[in-house]
Design a protein around this ligand. Structure first.
Ligand SMILES: Nc1nc2[nH]cnc2c(=O)[nH]1
Length: 437
């Protein structure tokens, strides 16, 4: 396939490049094998060949090609309660609403219905890769993997491990540390088999829910499994003041230090939130190459402060964006880009250091940031990268300036589901709403 049109892609944290009138050539394996610019001598030849082979896709005037987004933190089973009970503190929200909902995923029919709805919604919002928390149930997590395989989303999925009887309800927990670890290993092996069977881009992820939910044996065992199978790890770290106090009381260590002690901070780890991370925690993240999933909408409810994106970035800590469905109400990474900018302004007002984020900064987080955290060659429109792409319409094209910087800001601020016309994962069309008004 060859796309013809204008595109935006992050060049650096501070700058998104606009490239007009290009041919983006995608090979059979879904990789961008060449980007031909209008000034290249063979532009017309490449275009003609694509037309002759009926593989030219022309992007209409006023629409742009962007890289697909990575959602670096999302709880798939919480989709049915997106936007509900967000006026409660985290601990109450978990115990009163979230654990009872997740417990329902024992029912595989229910799981299938919810997961189909969620993955369609994410694709329609331009999210081409997701890093998912599932539930404790191995089989329901496999349902999620099958749905992602079928609908074509790249997925990293974790069977949630939670076995600490002091912090989890008896109706929703792994029965013991042994069960948590055995089920995690079973999930890893079944995911490997499914991956081989379907050839889908699905990976299992070691997933201790968070330090309070897990016993020491489970935290240690999960660290060992991550090492044994060389897998990504995800959890929550320093999301709230309550979580930080809990770690200090139980271990006399900071939350990040506890995770590190059990081998859970590695270059394949993605820790959600981090609003309470200290400078020394950020140094530890840098040293271990652990990434942060910044979830600005969720943090406004549960985070007790704004995550210091600039400080983390300055310290070379990898960062991407997450929706945190359903701590965050919106499945849209666009909506989270907007909130990241707004929240950063509030941090700026209470901080001596630079904290403001620009549209280019948050676009970088949504694309390159997320892809780097997961070690995938996605998030850029460039030769050698996966063709994870979205065609997005600038709804104010006819009304407003056509300066590329302004178009870019409009796209970041105004794109909604209706303006996302097509989405591709590794060159495969996974969402098409051109027929809709
Ligand atoms: N936001 C959020 N924080 C958590 N900490 C432990 N579990 C959760 C969860 O489901 N959502």
């Amino acid at each position: 396939m060859v796309f013809e049109g204008n595109y935006f892609s992050s060049a650096t944290f501070d700058k998104a490049d606009f490239t007009p009138d290009s041919l983006i050539c995608v090979d059979q394996s879904g990789i961008i094998d060449r980007v031909v610019s209008a000034s290249d001598s063979d532009y017309q030849i490449v275009k003609q060949a694509a037309m002759d082979n009926d593989i030219l896709k022309q992007i209409p005037k006023g629409s742009y090609l962007l890289p697909g987004f990575t959602d670096l933190h999302i709880h798939a089973p919480q989709w049915p309660q997106a936007g509900l009970a967000l006026d409660k503190p985290l601990n109450e929200w978990l115990n009163t609403y979230t654990f009872p909902l997740e417990a329902k995923f024992k029912d595989l029919q229910y799981a299938k219905k919810v997961y189909q709805s969620l993955i369609k919604e994410l694709l329609a919002n331009g999210t081409t890769t997701g890093l998912f928390f599932g539930s404790v149930h191995t089989d329901a997590n496999l349902v999620l993997a099958k749905v992602c395989a079928k609908l074509g989303q790249r997925a990293f999925i974790g069977k949630v491990a939670m076995d600490n009887p002091d912090q989890t309800p008896d109706y929703y927990r792994d029965e013991s540390s042994q069960v948590a670890l055995e089920e995690t290993e079973t999930f890893i092996l079944k995911m490997q088999a499914l991956q081989e069977q379907t050839n889908a881009d699905i990976t299992s992820v070691i997933t201790p829910r968070f330090v309070p939910s897990c016993t020491d044996e489970t935290l240690q065992g999960l660290g060992d499994l991550a090492k044994k199978y060389d897998l990504p790890i995800q959890s929550h770290c320093s999301e709230s003041i309550w979580e930080d106090h809990y770690a200090t009381e139980r271990f006399n260590l900071r939350d990040a230090e506890v995770l590190n002690k059990f081998g859970l901070l590695t270059d394949k780890s993605v820790m959600a939130h981090g609003t309470q991370l200290s400078d020394s925690d950020l140094d530890l993240f840098e040293k271990t190459q652990t990434a942060i999933a910044h979830c600005p909408i969720s943090n406004a409810y549960f985070g007790n402060s704004v995550m210091r994106v600039h400080d983390a970035y300055q310290k070379n800590v990898k960062i991407g964006l997450g929706t945190d469905i359903s701590g965050g109400f919106s499945p849209s990474i666009y909506r989270n880009m907007q909130q990241a900018i707004m929240s950063s302004q509030m941090l700026q007002d209470s901080s001596q250091k630079p904290a403001r984020l620009s549209a280019s900064n948050v676009f970088y987080l949504a694309t390159i940031g997320g892809a780097n955290a997961l070690h995938i060659n996605s998030g850029q429109i460039k030769a050698g990268f996966k063709a994870d792409l979205q065609i997005v319409q600038d709804q104010y094209f006819e009304l407003s300036s056509n300066n590329s910087d302004e178009i870019f800001e409009r796209l970041v601020y105004h794109t909604n589901k209706e303006n996302i016309k097509q989405v591709y994962v590794a060159g495969n069309l996974v969402h098409d709403n051109r027929g809709e008004k």
